[in-house]
Design a protein around this ligand. Structure first.
Ligand SMILES: Nc1ncnc2c1ncn2[C@@H]1O[C@H](COP(=O)(O)OP(=O)(O)O)[C@@H](O)[C@H]1O
Ligand SMILES: O=C(O)[C@@H](O)C(=O)COP(=O)(O)O
Length: 423
């Protein structure tokens, strides 16, 4: 099947979020873990390539994004979407702008938009400033993120140092006036040589208007919400054939493991809530891990009843994370936790777990890579932006839920298990 829309995501939970929102349109969406080594064959109309480049050095992120673009072009894609976090998760040294500029060069286009809004999950943009719920980004818990602490809420100031061309803003007052006004402001910016356009959005209707105005741009960038209307628009333009699919629930045995490497405020609540339901839990201490390795937690896990869905978590509050990072360094602390949770995933699979729930974007990348998954199909959405996905690991059908740190309700880990029963 010829691919029409090609998407590149900078982390794995971001990729499943995007795939879930695109799949709401009914089109078949498939998700590739990393850039496939083989040339495209049997691709879906919408393809999402999941990279793990959110915190990668610019050169590396650009090279991987370009390789993904070329694979998607070979698959036939004509429109492209660069997906990053709805909390931006990219500082001055980040790669969102450099990747966008490289993709624009390859696509021979001279303007794109930046719209990380996700109103369903409380992310809105007003006058170029990103909000998380009622708080500006830099006052939200994202200021303490272990890898990408966000200390500025203004997207123009965050993006400016990352790019070589001018940055402009289409603000909410214009967006609220609809697609035609947005289109004419973009045209005026283009005439004045302004390449990178941040666009405000506070409501779903804003995102519809933005997607409508920008649907002919070869490259759009942002969070999943602004991409959500694209399949329907491309169908209306007869670029994408209408082909409804129902990705049925696949039967996987009930043995489950829950792995949490996210320290986000919402994940902290979810871990506490899950433990309060009586679930068995093992708390990872990165300093101990540095000394003993993964053996103690693997021994604990092997002694658990996987039918009762035990939890292994490194989730911790900001002060404790900082103390660990001061001792081990940020990168090493993250790596030790990610490697341990990835080892837990493989050990649990080998012991019979066929349902794996993971909290955290980087963590999901580590787990998915360790499980050797290369393609996921998108199933039922558990909560906004978090679907069940299905893939093959070591010859077994595995159901995998990759949860962004900040997504889901407090009861997410239990809800995810229930959702699979009723999907
Ligand atoms: N207790 C801890 N101390 C230090 N780093 C930690 C701890 N727990 C998790 N981490 C690291 O923090 C990072 C969290 O990022 P991620 O998995 O993307 O979560 P989120 O989705 O919340 O951003 C990972 O690299 C993880 O290994
Ligand atoms: O856009 C979003 O917020 C998510 O799709 C996302 O990218 C999540 O990343 P993590 O918070 O690192 O899981």
């Amino acid at each position: 099947m010829m691919t029409v829309l090609g998407c590149i995501a900078d982390d794995f939970t971001g990729a499943t979020d995007l795939a879930a929102l695109l799949a709401r349109s009914g089109v078949p969406v498939s998700l590739r873990i990393g850039v496939p080594k083989e040339p495209p064959a049997a691709t879906d109309m919408v393809e999402v390539v999941a990279l793990k480049t959110r915190t990668a050095p610019v050169e590396d992120a650009v090279a991987q994004a370009r390789a993904a673009l070329h694979w998607l072009q070979e698959a036939g894609a004509q429109r492209f979407f660069w997906k990053y976090c709805s909390t931006f998760d990219s500082t001055e040294a980040g790669n969102i702008g450099p990747v966008a500029e490289a993709l624009m060069r390859d696509l021979n286009t001279d303007q794109t938009i930046y719209c990380p809004a996700f109103p369903e999950n409380g992310r809105t943009i007003f006058m170029g400033n990103l909000f998380v719920g009622q708080q500006p980004l830099a006052e939200s818990p994202m200021k303490d993120h272990p890898l990408t602490p966000m200390r500025d809420s203004n997207l123009l100031r965050l993006l400016g140092p990352q790019v070589t061309q001018p940055v402009g803003l289409v603000d909410r007052l214009s967006v609220a006036r609809g697609a035609e006004v947005i289109r004419s402001e973009l045209a005026a910016f283009k005439a004045s040589g302004t390449t990178h356009i941040v666009i405000d959005a506070v409501a779903e209707s804003d995102l519809e208007a933005i997607a409508t105005a920008c649907r002919e741009m070869p490259l759009l960038t942002g969070a999943s919400s602004v991409a959500m209307p694209l399949p329907k628009l491309l169908m209306a333009d007869q670029i994408l054939p209408r082909e409804a699919v129902r990705i049925g629930p696949l039967l996987v045995p009930p043995e489950t493991v829950v792995l949490s490497g996210s320290c986000s405020a919402m994940t902290q609540k979810q871990v506490l809530h899950y433990l309060a339901t009586g679930a068995a839990g093992f708390c990872l201490d990165p300093l101990e891990l540095a000394a003993t390795g993964a053996e103690p937690v693997l021994n604990w896990l092997m002694a658990q009843d996987l039918a009762a869905a035990p939890l292994v978590y490194a989730t911790s509050e900001p002060a404790k994370v900082k103390a660990v990072q001061d001792r081990l360094g940020v990168a090493k602390a993250g790596r030790i936790v990610e490697e341990t949770l990835a080892a837990c995933a493989c050990a649990a699979r080998d012991a019979g777990a066929r349902r794996i729930i993971v909290a955290g974007g980087e963590t999901s990348g580590a787990v998915t890579n360790a499980l050797g998954l290369d393609r996921l199909h998108i199933g039922a959405e558990i909560s906004a932006g978090v679907p069940w996905t299905y893939g093959q690991s070591d010859g077994f059908q595995i159901a995998l839920a990759l949860k962004s740190g900040n997504f889901g309700t407090e009861a997410f880990f239990s809800e995810a298990q229930r959702r699979l029963e009723t999907a």
